[in-house]
Design a protein around this ligand. Structure first.
Ligand code: DGY
Length: 317
């Protein structure tokens, strides 16, 4: 039986599944392992099932024991893992695509609604009983007829586009390549950022975090947007230069932001918390029982597939 280390607590059903296939070391207290604890704990193990909270940087990967052949990430994003270093050490890295697209797109839509319709201010006033109805009370931005720019038209972006279209939004997108008609579903392709941003009343960031997308929303690119645009991010915090976005919000160049992901999670830039029009969530993208179970099961199956066949269809390096 292969020996696997699971760095964070999974839902019960998934831990039971893992125990049936592997000899597993669980983290029953769900403590966040330091790099040294992670390295030490993986001694004598064949694979590690990591979460996005594990920083598998070059130094950590280079210190892993030779016995480790697979790092199976319990996420579709793998910005927490240095793929090149893993490749050099002949460690396969896998992820969990598709199974979380629906749940994450739901949160993507929630961010758009929350930011456009002034939900944070509304919740606070309702809880404080500090409101009275009037014709101009908490007037927000209507989605019907507004242009939604989607940055990264993968599975999550496409699902957000589908729901937003049903809400009456007009969909524009930028992606590395133009999609076929069936996937596009009438969305308008832009081959560069400036062109997309300049027609985005609302932006939904859905692209992966890579060296190329780091701080892609910055002082310069924020100026491409129409004044009063709304920016939402369901992908990764690294894509946004926080200081630039906070400044644009304070200047009212950007009307509101809806954020589920941050640089340096679980912390978030305190500047966001001082702005009434910022709708923040604590990385809830895939947080449903159905999806978290499907993700964990896929992360377990990825390891199993690798050891049975020497490869895995969800290998990313
Ligand atoms: C992912 O899988 O990348 C999601 O952000 C997890 O919630």
């Amino acid at each position: 039986m292969k020996k696997i280390l699971i760095t964070r607590k999974l839902l019960k059903e998934s831990e039971e599944k893992a125990s049936k296939i592997f000899d597993v070391k669980f983290n029953s207290n769900d403590e966040l392992y330091s790099q040294s604890k992670l390295i030490e704990s993986s001694e004598g193990y064949d694979a590690i099932l990591t979460s996005l909270t594990d920083k598998m940087d070059k130094e950590t990967i280079n210190k892993l024991p030779d016995s480790i052949k697979v790092i199976s990430n319990f996420a579709v994003g793998f910005g927490n893992i240095d793929l090149e270093s893993a490749k050099k050490r002949r460690i396969a890295v896998t992820n969990t695509p598709e199974v979380l697209s629906d749940a994450t797109a739901e949160i993507g839509i929630l961010l758009i609604l929350g930011a456009c319709r002034r939900v944070p201010e509304g919740i606070q006033s309702a809880k404080e009983s500090n409101w009275k109805w009037s014709a101009d009370y908490l007037i927000g931005k209507q989605l019907t007829g507004a242009r939604l720019g989607i940055l990264g038209m993968g599975r999550i972006g496409q699902k957000i586009a589908k729901i937003a279209k049903a809400l009456g939004m007009v969909i524009h997108y930028h992606n590395r390549s133009k999609l076929g008609e069936e996937k596009e579903q009438g969305a308008i392709y832009h081959d560069n950022l400036k062109s997309l941003f300049s027609v985005s009343d609302v932006l939904s960031i859905c692209c992966p975090a890579t060296k190329e997308t780091e701080n892609l929303i910055n002082k310069e690119t924020l100026e491409y947007f129409p004044t009063g645009a709304v920016i939402t991010n369901v992908a990764r915090g690294d894509i946004v230069d926080d200081e630039a976005l906070i400044d644009a919000l304070n200047r009212r160049k950007i009307y509101a932001a809806g954020l589920d992901v941050y640089k340096g999670e679980p912390n978030l830039n305190i500047g966001y918390l001082k702005i009434k029009s910022v709708f923040v969530l604590p990385h809830l993208g895939s947080a449903t029982k159905y999806t978290r179970t499907a993700m964990a099961n896929l992360a377990i199956d990825n390891i199993d597939e690798f050891f049975k066949t020497g490869n895995c269809r969800n290998k990313v390096n």
